[in-house]
Design a protein around this ligand. Structure first.
Ligand SMILES: CC(O)(O)NCCCCNCCCN
Ligand SMILES: [Zn+2]
Length: 697
């Protein structure tokens, strides 16, 4: 298991700048890079990383993406006069050249390759490259949007060629559409068989099982400010209906933001309802991130309202893919306050620090829902997890681009205001909270004869008279059982240690997981506002514990709970319970994550019911994903005889990435229907469950 986070930066890449007047390019300044690196140093993050040196990309590596004539032309720029440079620049859009930009562009691309090498050779687990010039707009024979060479596209090709990586996921959270990446891979031959789509018609059960044999492919996901094609680069092919061509269909995913002001809720709902389900189904071997931070609040380009701490969560949600192999490469980001804050949030998560809680999330706004629904329906034929998406009726989808194209709506002027006209009200936001690592990362409460996993700290059982007396009131029959009492009171004191951040998370083997959970829930201190209880497997959970909203119970099992569902008592009944991986993951990504984010608990109790049937990798994925909540304060309760689960659970609580699931097959129809029905019913209470706009008031 690889450990460590690479950081690649060299001040040489600050040594070029705009040499003439050009309002479109003046925001791309050297300070973007220096303030980001200085913030990492100031916050003590740089020296926690493995410093990897930069190198220049070779011609051969650059030619993986770019044409020979383009490379030869760029090679001439170091020797050009100012006038020649201006002349040369005119053939491209929104980009500038400088005598030193060719060298910096080679270093930027080379940095991305150094990052891929470090991760693929397992010198580190993941990493970030702070580079200039950015890359995702540059095309085979053209510079564009401050970009000269397409750093991430070159890195993807390089990874496939040098390491035989079959499936690369590129996530582009920059606020601009990386059209250069889309062009590069949309007609990418998908390996020998292309994306072989073998359809087994199972006449007996009359269900077509789409089994995607996915070979050698690059899946590109990008969200971007679009405003119905009014925002730069104003391309028709940036819209949600560009899904990739022929064999590449389904491998290009565009989420257009048709309004500014998008918030954390909008970003998370796109991750939960589109990107993550597809990414798990795709099952990449490597994740590359076009890490642009102009999608953060305060940025003059994006004009969005998502706060820097959102990048801690976006990074974490991707870290459970590809066995944690994640390479983040800087793209845009022009606000010199939110950029460094966002970079620090990203690197801190790569280092495995606890995540910040995201406060007052609500649902996605109407415009985001429209984009979400259009995208899901455009992609549903390619992805099993989206197969049962409701198709947008004309009524509730006002894709204004179409109406403009059809002349229904008069052409509006370009939305992009000049720098001076930009709404002058300065955005303000809180500095992201500190994310201190607790002295004990993971603690365990185990029977004496069960070894405590490495890295875990065993909490010896002790009986707190105060706790015991209160326990006795509730658990009469245990009163006589000294051992149970000792266990329960030790669990309560463990949770108290979590509240004080002395302990990160805990795991326990107990005689009766439900009783243990009840005891913990009833004895958390009053200043723990909300407890999320996730129960995996069959078994009766007393519903009265969730009455006052202080506790939210979400159970995934195979027995339909006759219990009245309520806002705080959600039981997901899956055909095969926890055995069917894709059904289970569908419930986790499409239900548990959105509800958990909106509920925003201070403690998570994960209960593995006896004979849950959940398999190890899924259990580890779930445990990893639950670290998103409550600053990572998760208490895992398992039945005494399940000793074999202690090690795997502990490794996740200690920050190891969950191993990748296999490429997921489409979930069973019943399971998708069950999750969809439940989602529809609960979205009135939990707005983050919405995926269609007809429900918004
Ligand atoms: C890497 C990147 O995606 O951030 N490049 C953004 C290029 C923006 C071009 N238009 C600028 C107009 C100025 N108002
Ligand atoms: Zn950008």
């Amino acid at each position: 298991m690889a450990h460590g986070t690479a950081l690649i930066y060299d001040e040489e890449m600050t040594k070029y700048k705009l040499l003439w007047v050009d309002p479109a390019c003046k925001i791309e300044v050297p300070e973007r890079l220096s303030v980001s690196y200085e913030a990492l140093v100031r916050n003590g993050l740089a020296d926690r990383c493995v410093s990897i040196p930069v190198r220049e990309a070779t011609d051969a590596e650059i030619l993986l993406v770019h044409s020979d004539e383009y490379l030869e032309a760029v090679k001439k720029t170091p020797y050009m006069t100012l006038e020649d440079l201006k002349e040369f620049t005119l053939q491209f859009g929104d980009v500038y050249f400088h005598p030193n930009i060719y060298r910096c562009a080679k270093l930027a691309a080379g940095s991305a390759l150094q990052l891929v090498d470090s991760v693929m050779m397992e010198r580190v687990r993941n990493g970030m490259a702070l580079v200039r010039p950015p890359g995702h707009h540059s095309m085979r024979s053209a510079a564009s949007g401050f970009c000269v060479f397409n750093n991430v596209a070159i890195a993807a090709r390089y990874a496939k060629q040098k390491y035989g990586v079959k499936r690369v996921l590129i996530v582009d959270w920059d606020i601009h559409h990386g059209q250069g990446v889309q062009y590069c891979f949309e007609d990418d031959p998908r390996g020998v068989f292309g994306k072989g789509r073998i359809i087994f018609g199972c006449l007996k059960c009359n269900i077509l099982v789409f089994v995607l044999f996915i070979f050698n492919s690059v899946l590109y996901f990008s969200w971007h400010r679009y405003e119905h094609q009014k925002f730069w680069p104003q391309l028709r092919e940036s819209d949600y209906d560009s899904v990739g061509k022929e064999k590449g269909a389904g491998f290009n995913i565009n989420l257009p933001w048709n309004q500014v002001g998008m918030e954390n809720s909008d970003y998370l709902s796109v991750f939960c309802h589109v990107l993550l389900p597809v990414a798990y189904e795709f099952c990449p071997d490597l994740v590359l991130v076009c890490a642009g931070f102009d999608s953060a609040i305060g940025d003059p380009e994006g004009e969005m309202c998502a706060t820097p701490d959102i990048f801690a969560h976006l990074t974490h949600l991707l870290m459970n893919l590809a066995g944690g192999r994640l390479c983040a490469v800087l793209e845009g980001g022009y606000n010199l306050t939110s950029l460094p804050q966002s970079v620090c949030q990203t690197v801190q998560t790569l280092l495995g620090d606890p995540l910040p809680q995201l406060a007052n999330l609500s649902g996605p706004c109407r415009s985001a829902l429209e984009s979400l629904q259009c995208l899901r329906s455009a992609q549903k034929q390619y992805w099993g997890s989206l197969k049962h998406t409701a198709s947008p009726t004309a009524a509730n989808i006002s894709t204004k681009r179409i109406r403009i194209a059809e002349g229904e709506v008069e052409e509006e002027e370009k939305t992009e205001l000049g720098e001076e006209e930009k709404n002058s009200e300065e955005k303000v936001w809180h500095e992201p909270p500190k994310r201190p690592c607790p002295p004990i990362r993971a603690a365990s409460v185990l029977p004496d004869d069960v070894a405590c996993p490495d890295g875990c700290k065993r909490i010896t059982k002790d009986i707190h008279p105060l706790v015991v007396s209160r326990l006795k009131d509730h658990l009469v029959q245990e009163a006589e059982d000294g051992d149970a009492l000792a266990t329960f009171s030790t669990l309560v004191s463990l949770v108290q240690k979590m509240e004080k951040n002395e302990v990160g998370s805990g795991l326990a083997l107990v005689g009766d997981v439900i009783k243990a959970m009840m005891c913990v829930v009833q004895h958390v201190s009053p200043d723990l506002n909300r407890v999320l209880v996730v129960c995996v497997g069959n078994g009766k959970i007393p519903s009265h514990i969730s009455r006052d909203g202080k506790v939210l119970v979400l159970q995934i099992s195979s027995d339909a709970s006759e219990e009245q569902q309520s806002k705080h008592y959600i039981s997901v009944c899956l055909q095969k319970g926890c055995c069917n991986t894709s059904g289970f993951m569908q419930a986790v990504l499409g239900l548990l994550l959105p509800v958990g984010y909106e509920y925003n608990p201070d403690l998570v109790v994960l209960v593995r019911m006896p004979d849950s049937g959940v398999c190890d990798v899924v259990w580890k994925q779930l445990t990893g994903l639950l670290q998103s909540f409550a600053k990572g304060h998760t208490l895992v309760l398992m039945q005494e005889k399940e000793n074999s689960c202690v090690g795997p659970t502990a490794s996740i609580l200690l920050g190891d990435p969950a191993p990748p699931l296999e490429t997921l097959q489409a979930p069973d129809r019943e399971d998708v229907d069950a999750v969809e029905r439940l989602r529809r019913r609960l979205q009135a209470d939990w707005k983050l469950l919405q995926t269609t706009s007809e429900y918004t008031s």
